[in-house]
Write a protein that binds this ligand. Structure first.
Ligand SMILES: Cc1ncc(C[n+]2csc(CCOP(=O)(O)OP(=O)(O)O)c2C)c(N)n1
Length: 657
């Protein structure tokens, strides 16, 4: 394999065109085989193979800086920069990340996972270079989806002033995760249609050859020629109005032309956009025909792993359960959201649903099928999604916005300033809270509760089962009293508990009966938790019972407001409190309970388990959950009981929290 001989771009540059074409085929097959086995982003990566090979050939990496947007199209880049071995364990602990990371390679100048950061970061690199008098080139690779994110516009607007080299390669495959949407996308569609982009050089030559220049060129012929050249090589009024030179569109799979034009674009001493048209899923018939389903692909099931590789199939992972988390007792929260919202909207015409480019991931595609007129995909624009909802709520609609926890971080001020300050009835459905498998530290849902708990007027509910999620959504949207956030992980048990009673949700916590009765216990401990941590907490009560500790679980269905009555019961003398959450300890559930105890003169002995002021690292749920498993909860509780009458964890155990 040629790929085996490539450890750095220098070796790639020594290859002939024929060899680079063969290498591109090899890269595709390694990506397909690895993603089949490990899961990962398939379609985006297959579409970016030639583009990446061309960039690696024309650039001088790592002196030049190559910055990917979102980063889920960087597999070829990783395979060409000495990470072939780690790629075997793509998205697994000990293997390479599915995204560029500064701590992984000198070839990754900027870490990423969230969309629309590349132009800002690249401009930062360009300005740093210029201040230092450097000569290296800076390139941002931005998808047409990422181009819909507001940050990109802010950066383009700023970058247009630059008087030095900055190349933005627009990797336009007409797709975000779903089909791209919005007016800019339509502009790109027109550019694609106008440019006859099948190989820029060839198209240009063909167009120029077709000009009938008989005799001395007439003024009309010259004007025509100018128009044709402009249409091919200088279009994109949008980019030009922002101060960029626009080149393209070019065929993003024609390696020869592409390498040539990337080389030329790199020589431009001004901000330049090179518009490359690519095909998402290129080279895999199934991914090409269903790029949305094959955007993300889940890990091969163990049964499929036993079959010969020719029979193994890729598994689209649009709404699938988290790898390793799937069990018959668990189900997808997104599916429940989509179905429940569709159903309640049947009888309530004021309900509208908003997604920021994730209709399938959030389950809102189900709502879209049933109520297309009341469904809005605003593209990758979380802040806009929330402020749009505020506007709708101010005019009597009941908007529901579904966003993953990690991406709602983009919309914090919209929630504060537009929704909560005006006390508008917007329902925020925050999916993928807590630990998230596969994508690494950029995608963990461990901040939303902590950041937003401090915002006045916002109610925060935390379901622990799909039945509770359904009830909360029904009740929240029906009442539409004010800003409401319902936050849930990717999947939940079907039932919050066997004893579930369909009480209207609110600040009503469920104090579960202890599983085991312990006569004369050594200690009484309440484990306060919600969501994915309820199950390990329940198991921990059994482990604690073995040490004569009477522990019981309290299902916290509302973090804001807290359940005053339940807390008064729980802070009775003799009960010790343990809060457990897949989120930052600072300001989370534990913080809320500690504040309540302080404010109410009930200084209960208390242990707060969660993420201790660090970014969670790891790709498997097992790794991410270290410190919060049933055994960890029981062990830390026992350590705290043994260590101090104040129920404090010894300093040396803190690392596990
Ligand atoms: C802020 C933010 N919102 C949502 C996402 C989820 N997301 C990941 S990739 C993607 C689509 C990106 O499309 P594009 O930039 O065109 O890249 P392509 O996959 O088509 O190559 C979305 C919406 C994200 N990564 N970041």
């Amino acid at each position: 394999m040629i790929l085996d001989t490539i450890n750095s771009p220098a070796e790639l540059r020594a290859l002939t065109l024929r060899e680079r074409l063969a290498l591109s085929d090899e890269l595709r097959s390694v990506i397909i085989t690895t993603v089949k086995r490990q899961g990962g982003h398939l379609a985006s990566n297959l579409g970016a193979v030639e583009l990446t090979v061309a960039l690696h050939t024309a650039m001088n990496l790592p002196a030049d800086k190559l910055i990917f947007d979102v980063g889920h199209q960087a597999y070829t880049h990783k395979l060409l920069t000495g990470r072939r071995n780690g790629f075997e364990l793509l998205r697994q602990d000990g293997g390479v990340s599915g995204f560029p990371r500064r701590d992984e390679s000198a070839y990754d100048p900027f870490g990423v996972g969230h969309s629309s950061t590349a132009v800002s970061a690249a401009l930062g690199f360009a300005r740093a270079r210029d201040l230092a008098g450097g000569k290296h080139r800076v390139v941002a690779v931005v998808g047409d989806g990422a181009l819909t994110g507001g940050l990109t516009y802010e950066a383009l607007n700023d970058a247009g002033k630059l008087r030095s080299q900055l190349l933005v390669v627009l990797n336009d495959n007409e797709m975000s995760i779903s089909r791209n949407t919005g007016a800019l996308n339509e502009h790109l569609t027109r550019l694609r249609a106008s440019g006859r982009w099948v190989g820029a050089k060839r198209a240009l030559k063909h167009q120029l050859d077709s000009i009938p220049l008989i005799g001395p060129p007439t003024a009309a012929a010259l004007e025509w020629m100018k128009t044709v050249v402009r249409r091919i090589m200088v279009g994109g009024e949008f980019f030009e109005s922002l101060g960029f030179r626009y080149l393209g569109p070019v065929d993003g799979h024609d390696l020869e032309s592409l390498t040539d034009i990337v080389g030329k674009a790199l020589r431009m001493n001004q901000p330049t956009v090179l518009h490359a048209v690519t095909r998402k899923g290129k080279g895999s018939p199934e991914a090409e025909s269903s790029p949305e389903q094959y955007h993300g692909v889940s890990r091969q099931s163990s049964q499929a792993a036993k079959q010969p590789s020719s029979q193994t199939r890729l598994t689209p992972d649009v709404r699938a359960l988290a790898p390793g988390a799937a069990s018959p007792e668990e189900g997808s929260c997104a599916r429940v959201i989509g179905d429940t919202l569709s159903e309640i909207a049947d009888s309530d015409p004021t309900i509208v649903a908003i997604t920021a480019a994730m209709p399938a991931g959030t389950g809102l595609d189900r709502f879209q099928c049933k109520h297309p007129d009341r469904f809005f995909d605003v593209a990758i624009a979380e802040a806009h999604a929330v402020t749009l909802a505020a506007g709708m709520a101010a005019d009597r609609l009941k908007p529901v916005v579904a966003v993953y926890s990690t991406f709602i971080q983009r919309a914090v001020d919209s929630i504060i300033h537009d929704v909560c300050l005006q006390n508008l009835p917007v329902t925020l459905l925050i999916d993928h809270t807590g630990f998230v498998a596969g994508d690494g530290s950029t995608h963990q849902g461990v901040f939303d509760l902590n950041i937003l708990r401090a915002v006045p007027n916002l109610t925060i509910w935390t379901p622990s089962g799909l039945d509770e999620l359904r009830d909360m959504l029904r009740e929240g949207v029906r009442a539409a009293r004010g800003p409401l956030m319902i936050r849930y992980p990717k999947s939940l048990p079907l039932h919050a508990s066997g004893l579930f009673t369909a009480l209207p949700p609110g600040a009503r916590w469920r104090i579960e009966k202890p599983e085991a009765r312990i006569e004369n216990p050594e200690a009484r401990v309440a484990l306060l938790t919600f969501g994915a941590s309820v199950c390990p907490a329940r198991k921990a009560t059994a482990l604690l019972a073995e040490s004569r500790v009477a522990a019981f679980v309290v299902r916290v269905s509302s973090v804001k407001p807290l359940d005053d009555g339940a807390l008064r019961t729980l802070t009775a003398p003799g009960v010790k409190l343990v809060t457990i959450e897949e989120g930052q300890r600072a300001g989370g559930l534990g913080g809320a309970v500690a504040e309540w105890c302080q404010d109410n003169g009930k200084p209960a002995p208390m242990l707060r388990l969660g993420v201790d002021d660090r970014f969670p690292e790891g790709y498997s749920l097992d790794t991410l959950r270290r410190g919060l498993t049933d055994a960890d909860i029981a062990r830390t509780t026992l350590e705290a009981l043994a260590y101090s009458s104040n129920f404090i964890v010894p300093a040396e155990s803190k690392g596990a929290i």
